[in-house]
Design a protein around this ligand. Sequence first.
Ligand code: FUL
Length: 487
Amino acid sequence: MARVLLWVVCVSVCYHVEVGLCSLNVPPPLPVLPVPSSSQVKWQQREMIMFIHFGINTFTNSERGTGKENPELFNPNGLDAIQWATVAKEAGFSLLILTAKHHDGFCLWPSAYTNQSVKSSLWKDGKGDVVKDLSEAVRAQGLDLGLYLSPWDRFEPFYGNELQYNEFYLGQLQELLTKYGAISEVWIDKFKKDNITMTYLFSKWVAIIKELQIHANVVSNAGPDVRWVGNENGTAGLTSWSTINGSSYPFDQGSKGYLNSGDPYGTDWIPPECDVSIRKGWFWHSDQKPKSLSQLLDIYYTSVGRNCVLLLNIPPNTTGLLSEEDAERVIEFSKAIKTIFSKDLAASASVTASSVRGETFSPSNVLNNDLWTYWAPKDFRSSKKSHWIELKVEEVVEFNVVRIQETIVLGQRVMEYGVYVSGVDEKKMMLVSNGTTIGYKKLHRLENPVKAIRVLLVIWKYKGNVPIISSFGLHFDPVYNASINKY
Ligand code: FUL
């Protein structure tokens, strides 16, 4: 009995005093709901996903087919899905999403529900299957597969008949989700431009996806797992919440501004994905060129750097290969990201903070790359006070990117903050950037490189009892620097 009493007293003291040895026992802060599912965390940690727009449009030099195309036109006689997957792997993508069917209705797999597919094409005498080729190629590289299946189908004669078309769509989903192994993401594009009125039985589609592929994230305008960012240029809002009120929006709606910034009081965790093409069009056209490295890096900062995942489209050409210039550009892009972010100039900094919740939540946790370890300040409960964390390096460092990350598994919390710096012997700190949301990753690209010895993050406003910072780093981006010098 005495022992039990002693234990109770000790636990209670540990909880309230939060010092010395006992501090190990301080429990983590409570999550601020909603929080991401494990599939959503995995999705977020991918940071970049490759989109592949390929289909009959590739052969008609079009962006939007009519459904009247002759399937014999599809003949990518050099198609090599291994090349797609190899480029993806080299460029650091862990997931590839293929347009199994675009709005024109042409299917890249031999669907039993239609003849408008590879089986009516000249490619491999109608015996080919692009989805199969890609699924095997990605697995061989240790990558994952996702599929885009357009609900708007301009070929299908049933389109417009609610019952028949919804059954048809469910049938196609079932084929795709049972024949090609694990599918990590299903893209349900809301786009439709005709006068045909028909209700999509969206909740039934999601139910069958979850039944057949429990870990797949379903993407549409408003989720249920991932939302569209509201534009196709790779730009999330400066304020970028992973939360929205998903249940108030049908899958094909949601105002662009709302989807772009999210909702601090949203009841559902439905983070944004930024879809953008490396070229002007989604499909390959001989007269288009890939975006420049600095354009791609701008996109990286406005997507991954604003709490999003970048879904970058690289369209195969009529031969069935990613064109060399696109492949070279995307690999150059990924190398630039590695160069910038593999070196954290604060790696050996000493880190102090306004307060520490307990030893497990030490400020120095922000120097490792582990999402699950973090700095948390003391919980002052009643007061909504601000908190700070400071990096101090031994010798002056020059940087133009500040990276801040939250432990999103405990919710997205920070609502207002500022980043200050000071040089040697300078007592005064200078504000260099500020922001609203952080989320999984926030990258502040500074107008000009800064030389500093101390870098301070002050958090003024947050949800929950305390803010939680998983990572805080400093980087130098030579490409951005060069472009400033150039223009
Ligand atoms: C849009 C489509 O209309 C485009 O063709 C492209 O597939 C893009 C990703 O989504 O809604």
